[in-house]
Design a protein around this ligand. Structure first.
Ligand code: GLN
Length: 280
Protein backbone atom coordinates (compact mmCIF):
# COMPACT_ATOMS: atom_id res chain seq x y z
CA UNK A 1 0.00 0.00 0.00
CA UNK A 2 1.29 3.49 -0.77
CA UNK A 3 1.40 6.50 1.58
CA UNK A 4 -1.55 8.22 -0.06
CA UNK A 5 -3.91 5.26 0.17
CA UNK A 6 -2.95 4.53 3.79
CA UNK A 7 -3.64 8.15 4.70
CA UNK A 8 -7.03 8.13 2.95
CA UNK A 9 -8.06 4.98 4.77
CA UNK A 10 -6.71 6.25 8.09
CA UNK A 11 -8.48 9.55 7.65
CA UNK A 12 -11.76 7.78 6.85
CA UNK A 13 -11.40 5.66 10.00
CA UNK A 14 -10.98 8.82 12.06
CA UNK A 15 -13.91 10.52 10.34
CA UNK A 16 -16.11 7.51 11.08
CA UNK A 17 -15.23 7.95 14.77
CA UNK A 18 -16.11 11.67 14.60
CA UNK A 19 -12.53 12.90 15.01
CA UNK A 20 -12.32 16.45 13.60
CA UNK A 21 -9.41 17.34 11.25
CA UNK A 22 -9.14 13.69 10.28
CA UNK A 23 -7.08 14.27 7.12
CA UNK A 24 -4.55 16.49 8.89
CA UNK A 25 -4.29 14.07 11.82
CA UNK A 26 -3.69 11.13 9.46
CA UNK A 27 -0.94 13.07 7.67
CA UNK A 28 0.75 13.98 10.96
CA UNK A 29 0.58 10.38 12.15
CA UNK A 30 2.07 9.17 8.86
CA UNK A 31 4.92 11.67 9.24
CA UNK A 32 5.46 10.35 12.77
CA UNK A 33 5.45 6.73 11.53
CA UNK A 34 8.09 7.43 8.92
CA UNK A 35 10.03 9.91 11.11
CA UNK A 36 9.78 12.49 8.32
CA UNK A 37 8.11 15.88 8.19
CA UNK A 38 4.70 16.50 6.67
CA UNK A 39 6.17 17.92 3.45
CA UNK A 40 7.80 14.59 2.75
CA UNK A 41 4.45 12.87 3.18
CA UNK A 42 2.69 15.28 0.82
CA UNK A 43 5.44 15.16 -1.80
CA UNK A 44 5.78 11.36 -1.89
CA UNK A 45 2.22 10.03 -2.07
CA UNK A 46 3.16 6.98 -4.15
CA UNK A 47 5.99 5.72 -1.94
CA UNK A 48 5.34 2.15 -0.86
CA UNK A 49 4.85 1.44 2.83
CA UNK A 50 6.41 -1.70 4.26
CA UNK A 51 4.34 -3.87 6.57
CA UNK A 52 6.10 -2.68 9.70
CA UNK A 53 5.33 0.98 8.95
CA UNK A 54 1.77 0.21 7.88
CA UNK A 55 1.17 -1.59 11.19
CA UNK A 56 2.72 1.29 13.12
CA UNK A 57 0.55 3.81 11.28
CA UNK A 58 -2.63 1.80 11.78
CA UNK A 59 -1.90 1.52 15.50
CA UNK A 60 -1.53 5.29 15.78
CA UNK A 61 -4.80 5.78 13.88
CA UNK A 62 -6.48 3.32 16.24
CA UNK A 63 -5.27 5.27 19.29
CA UNK A 64 -6.34 8.57 17.75
CA UNK A 65 -9.76 7.13 16.93
CA UNK A 66 -10.20 6.46 20.66
CA UNK A 67 -9.57 10.15 21.37
CA UNK A 68 -5.90 10.15 22.37
CA UNK A 69 -4.58 13.63 21.54
CA UNK A 70 -2.18 14.06 18.63
CA UNK A 71 0.33 15.74 20.99
CA UNK A 72 0.44 12.57 23.10
CA UNK A 73 0.86 10.34 20.05
CA UNK A 74 3.76 12.38 18.66
CA UNK A 75 5.00 13.41 22.17
CA UNK A 76 5.42 17.06 21.29
CA UNK A 77 3.57 20.32 20.85
CA UNK A 78 4.57 23.64 19.40
CA UNK A 79 4.16 26.65 21.72
CA UNK A 80 5.35 30.22 21.19
CA UNK A 81 8.71 29.77 19.39
CA UNK A 82 9.60 26.21 20.26
CA UNK A 83 8.62 22.62 20.20
CA UNK A 84 8.04 21.11 23.67
CA UNK A 85 8.24 17.51 24.73
CA UNK A 86 4.94 16.56 26.39
CA UNK A 87 3.68 13.42 28.08
CA UNK A 88 0.36 12.32 29.47
CA UNK A 89 1.46 13.80 32.81
CA UNK A 90 1.71 17.37 31.48
CA UNK A 91 -1.10 19.57 30.27
CA UNK A 92 -0.73 20.01 26.51
CA UNK A 93 0.35 23.63 25.89
CA UNK A 94 -2.59 25.71 24.57
CA UNK A 95 -2.34 28.62 22.13
CA UNK A 96 -4.41 30.69 24.60
CA UNK A 97 -1.65 30.37 27.18
CA UNK A 98 0.70 32.22 24.82
CA UNK A 99 -1.12 35.31 26.10
CA UNK A 100 0.92 35.06 29.30
CA UNK A 101 4.21 34.99 27.36
CA UNK A 102 3.10 37.87 25.16
CA UNK A 103 2.23 40.01 28.18
CA UNK A 104 5.43 39.20 30.04
CA UNK A 105 7.49 40.21 27.02
CA UNK A 106 5.57 43.49 26.71
CA UNK A 107 6.06 44.25 30.40
CA UNK A 108 9.76 43.47 30.53
CA UNK A 109 11.17 45.23 27.46
CA UNK A 110 13.46 47.43 29.55
CA UNK A 111 14.23 44.91 32.30
CA UNK A 112 17.49 43.19 33.05
CA UNK A 113 18.30 40.11 35.13
CA UNK A 114 14.90 39.73 36.75
CA UNK A 115 13.78 36.55 38.45
CA UNK A 116 10.56 34.82 37.50
CA UNK A 117 8.57 32.18 39.33
CA UNK A 118 6.21 29.82 37.47
CA UNK A 119 3.76 28.08 39.82
CA UNK A 120 2.71 24.75 38.27
CA UNK A 121 5.39 24.76 35.60
CA UNK A 122 4.16 21.59 33.84
CA UNK A 123 5.97 21.05 30.54
CA UNK A 124 7.78 24.35 31.11
CA UNK A 125 6.20 25.98 28.08
CA UNK A 126 5.50 29.38 29.70
CA UNK A 127 8.68 29.84 31.70
CA UNK A 128 11.05 28.40 29.11
CA UNK A 129 9.53 30.48 26.31
CA UNK A 130 10.15 33.62 28.39
CA UNK A 131 13.71 32.60 29.29
CA UNK A 132 14.43 31.86 25.69
CA UNK A 133 13.30 35.34 24.64
CA UNK A 134 15.08 37.13 27.49
CA UNK A 135 18.60 35.80 27.71
CA UNK A 136 19.45 37.49 31.03
CA UNK A 137 16.35 36.49 33.02
CA UNK A 138 16.35 33.76 35.67
CA UNK A 139 13.54 31.30 36.22
CA UNK A 140 12.24 29.11 39.02
CA UNK A 141 9.58 26.54 38.30
CA UNK A 142 7.66 24.56 40.89
CA UNK A 143 5.29 21.67 40.38
CA UNK A 144 3.71 19.07 42.57
CA UNK A 145 4.40 16.44 39.92
CA UNK A 146 7.93 15.07 39.67
CA UNK A 147 7.05 13.63 36.25
CA UNK A 148 6.27 17.14 34.97
CA UNK A 149 9.54 18.45 36.34
CA UNK A 150 11.40 15.72 34.46
CA UNK A 151 9.74 16.88 31.24
CA UNK A 152 10.50 20.57 32.00
CA UNK A 153 14.12 19.65 32.59
CA UNK A 154 14.39 17.85 29.24
CA UNK A 155 12.79 20.84 27.49
CA UNK A 156 15.18 23.24 29.23
CA UNK A 157 18.13 21.13 28.15
CA UNK A 158 16.92 21.10 24.54
CA UNK A 159 16.52 24.89 24.62
CA UNK A 160 19.88 25.32 26.36
CA UNK A 161 18.56 27.30 29.31
CA UNK A 162 19.29 24.95 32.21
CA UNK A 163 21.87 27.30 33.71
CA UNK A 164 19.20 29.97 34.28
CA UNK A 165 16.54 27.62 35.60
CA UNK A 166 15.80 26.03 38.97
CA UNK A 167 13.07 23.43 39.37
CA UNK A 168 11.55 22.30 42.65
CA UNK A 169 9.03 19.61 43.43
CA UNK A 170 6.69 21.33 45.85
CA UNK A 171 3.14 21.91 46.80
CA UNK A 172 2.31 25.58 46.23
CA UNK A 173 1.46 26.00 49.93
CA UNK A 174 4.79 24.68 51.11
CA UNK A 175 7.12 26.62 48.82
CA UNK A 176 8.92 29.48 50.56
CA UNK A 177 12.10 30.10 48.66
CA UNK A 178 13.14 33.48 47.28
CA UNK A 179 11.48 36.73 46.21
CA UNK A 180 10.47 37.29 42.62
CA UNK A 181 10.12 40.27 40.29
CA UNK A 182 7.48 38.49 38.29
CA UNK A 183 5.22 35.49 38.86
CA UNK A 184 3.27 33.54 36.22
CA UNK A 185 0.83 30.68 36.61
CA UNK A 186 -1.63 28.60 34.66
CA UNK A 187 -3.13 26.66 37.55
CA UNK A 188 -5.86 24.02 37.34
CA UNK A 189 -9.12 25.98 37.25
CA UNK A 190 -11.88 23.72 35.96
CA UNK A 191 -14.73 22.95 38.37
CA UNK A 192 -14.39 19.28 39.33
CA UNK A 193 -17.95 18.45 38.28
CA UNK A 194 -17.39 20.04 34.84
CA UNK A 195 -14.30 18.05 33.89
CA UNK A 196 -16.34 15.23 32.40
CA UNK A 197 -18.03 17.69 30.01
CA UNK A 198 -14.76 18.92 28.47
CA UNK A 199 -13.84 17.59 25.02
CA UNK A 200 -13.16 13.87 25.19
CA UNK A 201 -9.49 14.33 24.25
CA UNK A 202 -9.09 16.56 27.31
CA UNK A 203 -11.41 14.84 29.79
CA UNK A 204 -10.14 11.33 29.17
CA UNK A 205 -6.49 11.85 28.39
CA UNK A 206 -5.11 14.97 30.04
CA UNK A 207 -3.92 14.93 33.65
CA UNK A 208 -6.65 15.72 36.20
CA UNK A 209 -3.97 17.27 38.37
CA UNK A 210 -3.53 20.03 35.80
CA UNK A 211 -7.27 20.64 35.30
CA UNK A 212 -9.05 20.06 38.60
CA UNK A 213 -9.74 23.34 40.40
CA UNK A 214 -11.79 21.72 43.15
CA UNK A 215 -15.50 22.14 43.82
CA UNK A 216 -15.74 25.80 42.79
CA UNK A 217 -12.83 25.79 40.32
CA UNK A 218 -10.95 28.30 42.45
CA UNK A 219 -9.23 26.21 45.10
CA UNK A 220 -5.84 26.15 43.39
CA UNK A 221 -6.15 29.75 42.18
CA UNK A 222 -6.69 30.83 45.81
CA UNK A 223 -3.50 29.08 46.89
CA UNK A 224 -1.53 30.49 43.95
CA UNK A 225 -2.69 34.05 44.72
CA UNK A 226 -1.87 33.70 48.43
CA UNK A 227 1.58 32.30 47.72
CA UNK A 228 2.30 34.89 45.04
CA UNK A 229 1.39 37.71 47.40
CA UNK A 230 4.02 36.37 49.81
CA UNK A 231 6.81 35.67 47.33
CA UNK A 232 6.50 38.63 45.01
CA UNK A 233 8.58 41.80 45.40
CA UNK A 234 6.82 45.11 45.93
CA UNK A 235 5.72 46.44 42.51
CA UNK A 236 6.27 42.98 41.05
CA UNK A 237 3.92 41.79 38.31
CA UNK A 238 1.72 38.71 38.54
CA UNK A 239 0.20 37.20 35.39
CA UNK A 240 -2.41 34.54 35.86
CA UNK A 241 -4.49 32.39 33.49
CA UNK A 242 -8.12 31.92 34.56
CA UNK A 243 -11.30 30.17 33.43
CA UNK A 244 -13.69 32.02 31.10
CA UNK A 245 -16.17 32.78 33.93
CA UNK A 246 -13.78 33.50 36.80
CA UNK A 247 -12.75 37.09 36.12
CA UNK A 248 -14.78 38.88 38.81
CA UNK A 249 -14.18 36.38 41.58
CA UNK A 250 -10.45 36.24 40.85
CA UNK A 251 -10.17 40.04 40.75
CA UNK A 252 -11.73 40.15 44.22
CA UNK A 253 -9.30 37.54 45.53
CA UNK A 254 -6.36 39.46 44.06
CA UNK A 255 -7.45 42.78 45.53
CA UNK A 256 -7.81 41.20 48.97
CA UNK A 257 -4.19 40.06 48.76
CA UNK A 258 -2.85 43.50 47.86
CA UNK A 259 -2.74 43.37 44.07
CA UNK A 260 -3.66 46.26 41.79
CA UNK A 261 -5.38 45.03 38.61
CA UNK A 262 -3.67 46.38 35.49
CA UNK A 263 -5.81 44.62 32.90
CA UNK A 264 -7.62 41.47 31.93
CA UNK A 265 -7.23 39.99 28.49
CA UNK A 266 -9.32 37.81 26.25
CA UNK A 267 -8.14 34.67 24.48
CA UNK A 268 -8.54 33.74 20.82
CA UNK A 269 -12.17 32.75 21.45
CA UNK A 270 -12.82 36.12 23.15
CA UNK A 271 -13.12 34.62 26.62
CA UNK A 272 -11.53 36.36 29.62
CA UNK A 273 -8.37 34.34 30.06
CA UNK A 274 -5.54 36.30 31.61
CA UNK A 275 -5.18 38.82 34.44
CA UNK A 276 -2.23 41.15 34.80
CA UNK A 277 -1.72 42.78 38.19
CA UNK A 278 0.89 44.48 40.34
CA UNK A 279 1.71 43.96 44.02
CA UNK A 280 1.31 47.23 45.87
N1 GLN B 1 -7.63 25.73 29.33
C1 GLN B 1 -7.65 24.36 29.73
C2 GLN B 1 -8.86 23.67 29.12
O1 GLN B 1 -9.81 24.30 28.82
C3 GLN B 1 -7.63 24.20 31.22
C4 GLN B 1 -6.31 24.56 31.75
C5 GLN B 1 -6.27 24.70 33.22
O2 GLN B 1 -7.11 24.24 34.00
N2 GLN B 1 -5.30 25.42 33.59
O3 GLN B 1 -8.85 22.49 28.90
Amino acid sequence: MDINLAISQGSKNLRDKFIPNSQLDAEILMAQTLKKDRNYILLNPKTFLNKNNLDKFNNLIKERSLGKPIAHLIKRKFFWNSEFLVSNNTLIPRPDTELIVENVLKLTKQRNKISILDIGVGSGCILLSILQERQNFYGTGIDISKKCLNISKINATKLKICSRLKLYKSDVDKFNLGKYDLIVSNPPYIKRCKIKYLERDVAEFEPKLALDGGLDGLSEIRKVIKKSSELIKKNGKFILEIGFDQKNEVINLLKKKGFYINSTQKDLAKNDRCIICTKI
